[in-house]
Structure formats: structure tokens, C-alpha cells
Design a protein around this ligand. Structure first.
Ligand code: ZN
Length: 296
């Protein structure tokens, strides 16, 4: 069916979706966990359905990697149409592997796609403004999605190994609590498509930081040593632990079983493709409240 993604062991937590109004196939992945709330539009892009060429083929969503900006703009329009959000309402992060999370307001609409961004070092975004679409970028790093259906607040964070050690997922939840009065027991959270443990080799110094950040009882689940002196690191499990630490309930979590590197024909992967590649994006937008009522 669909894209022909290779799924790792475990529950299939994705639906493959996306044909736009012209019948053009613009596939994306979505979580039933969020879809079932009826209060958000969301998705995770693939390499398919865009107009970029060469190593960017075809749905590259980065203006910073040397691709034709017109092609990238068209790609944003296409994936936006498929998911149901407008470029004018998108707000992009500016990722530098920090744990900085920005509260996105009305004034930010369109920044990063149709307007210049006036901020830097932003790896996480939260908002309570309906119809603003938060957007973060990936090619193996871990997308973290947050939806509070009670307070109607959303968040999206980029969690590579540095963000995971720094627990940006927890910082995102804390900002949702601080700014919007969210209760972590209400928040739904998901770990999106990213690199799996079998594909993610790291060196001793990285593992040293994970030892410092996570209790010894979890180390066995987080990484294992190999004969070459390197380790395989499990960023999915690590971010699940970060969710738990932040007070997210196990029944409110979804953790991906789609690896970007195992699926590098369909998803961009830095480990598989190096620097000659495009970027994937995560998208998350709150619906306007009256739209929900209409649907009921
Ligand atoms: Zn893999």
C-alpha cells in the first residue's frame, strides 16, 4: 500500500495520507493520536510530491541547502495544500541544536516561508493561536509533537542528540505549562519519524552525556556498546523517557516505528545521504474552534 515504507517492529502509529485538490499525489504521514482529537491539522512530509530536482528530489523543504528557492516555495504550497494549511500561516523554527523554545504569536505568521525570520537559535515552537502552523525541519533528528486538547495549545520541537540530552521535550512541556497553564496529564505527545537505534552509531563522548542525563536504570534501553568502540543510541526511547519525566501519561504517547535512514528512498536521511539532500518538515496547526463545532 501507499509509499512502501519499511516499518520497524511495534505498533503502526502512522497513516499515510495526502492527495491534494488537483489529484496530485502529495503524500505525508500523520498520527491517529492527533487526528482523533479533531482539533488539529498535522503531518510529516516525505521526499515525494514536490518539484525539486537532483539530490533535492523532490519535496525539499529547506531554503538553506542550495536548492532553487522557487521550487522550495512551490513545495511548501503543495504540502500545505495536502495537509490543509497556508504558507501565509506557517512559522518556521531556526534550528541550531539548542533547547530554546519560542512562544509563537500572531505577529509571527508566515515567518520562514513568505517572510524573513527575525529570530535565531529556536529549536522548539509553541502556540495557542488557531490557524498558525508550526513547522520544524528534519533529516534523521527527532520531531516531537505536543497537543493539549483541553487548553488548546500545541508545540513542536527538534530533538537531535543534543536536544535529547538537553531534554527539549521537557522544556517544551514546561513552557506550555508556564505560558498557557497546561496540565501535563492532558498533553498528547508523539515522537515522529527519525533515525532508529540500529542506524544510529555514535561515539563514547556522546554516550557520556547520555549517562549524565539519564538514570543508570535506563542505560540498557538507551544504548549498547560495540566491538569497534562505538555505540548504537536509541533516540526514540530517550525521548519517550523525556516525555515521562515531563509528566506525559503513557496512554497519551505515540512513538514512531518509521526510521528515516531505513527509508531513505522515501525520507531524507543525513546518515544515508550526507549533505547532498533536502529537508523534511513536521507541521502542526490548531483548528479554529468553530470549525470543530461545525464538524460535530
Ligand atoms: Zn534505521
Amino acid at each position: 500500500m501507499g509509499l512502501g515504507l519499511v516499518y520497524k517492529d511495534g505498533r503502526h502509529i502512522f497513516d499515510e495520507a495526502g492527495v491534494d485538490e488537483n489529484g496530485q499525489q502529495v503524500p505525508f504521514l500523520k498520527f491517529p493520536l492527533f487526528e482523533n482529537t479533531g482539533i488539529v491539522r498535522h503531518g510529516f512530509s516525505t521526499r515525494k510530491g514536490g518539484v525539486s530536482e537532483g539530490c533535492f528530489a523532490s519535496m525539499n523543504l529547506s531554503f538553506d541547502r542550495g536548492d532553487d528557492p522557487e521550487a522550495v516555495r512551490e513545495n511548501f504550497r503543495r504540502i500545505g495544500r495536502a495537509i490543509g494549511v497556508r504558507c501565509e500561516d506557517m512559522v518556521l523554527s531556526r534550528q541550531t541544536h539548542t533547547t530554546n523554545v519560542r512562544v509563537v504569536t500572531e505577529a509571527d505568521r508566515g515567518k520562514g516561508v513568505i517572510r524573513e525570520r527575525d529570530y535565531n537559535d529556536v529549536d522548539g515552537l509553541v502556540t495557542d493561536v488557531p490557524d498558525i502552523c508550526l513547522v520544524t525541519s528534519y533529516a534523521d533528528c527527532v520531531p516531537l509533537y505536543f497537543v493539549d486538547p483541553v487548553k488548546r495549545v500545541i508545540g513542536l520541537s527538534h530533538s537531535g542528540w543534543r536536544g535529547t540530552v538537553g531534554k527539549i521535550g521537557k522544556k517544551t512541556v514546561e513552557l506550555m505549562q508556564e505560558k498557557f497553564g497546561c496540565d501535563s496529564a492532558d498533553i498528547l505527545a508523539a515522537v515522529g519519524p527519525s533515525i532508529c537505534v540500529e542506524c544510529y552509531e555514535v561515539s563514547e563522548d556522546v554516550i557520556g552525556q547520555f549517562r549524565a542525563a539519564f538514570d543508570r536504570e535506563f542505560w540498557k534501553e538507551l544504548f549498547y556498546a560495540k566491538e569497534n568502540g562505538k555505540y548504537q543510541l536509541n533516540l526514540w526511547k530517550a525521548n519517550e523517557l523525556v516525555f515521562r519525566e515531563a509528566g506525559i501519561l503513557p496512554e497519551h504517547m505515540a512513538v514512531t516505528n518509521v526510521c528515516t535512514r531505513c527509508n531513505s528512498k522515501i525520507l531524507y536521511s543525513h546518515r544515508a545521504m550526507g549533505n547532498r539532500r533536502g529537508n523534511l518538515c513536521a507541521f502542526l496547526a490548531l483548528n479554529v474552534e468553530k470549525q470543530d463545532k461545525k464538524r460535530v
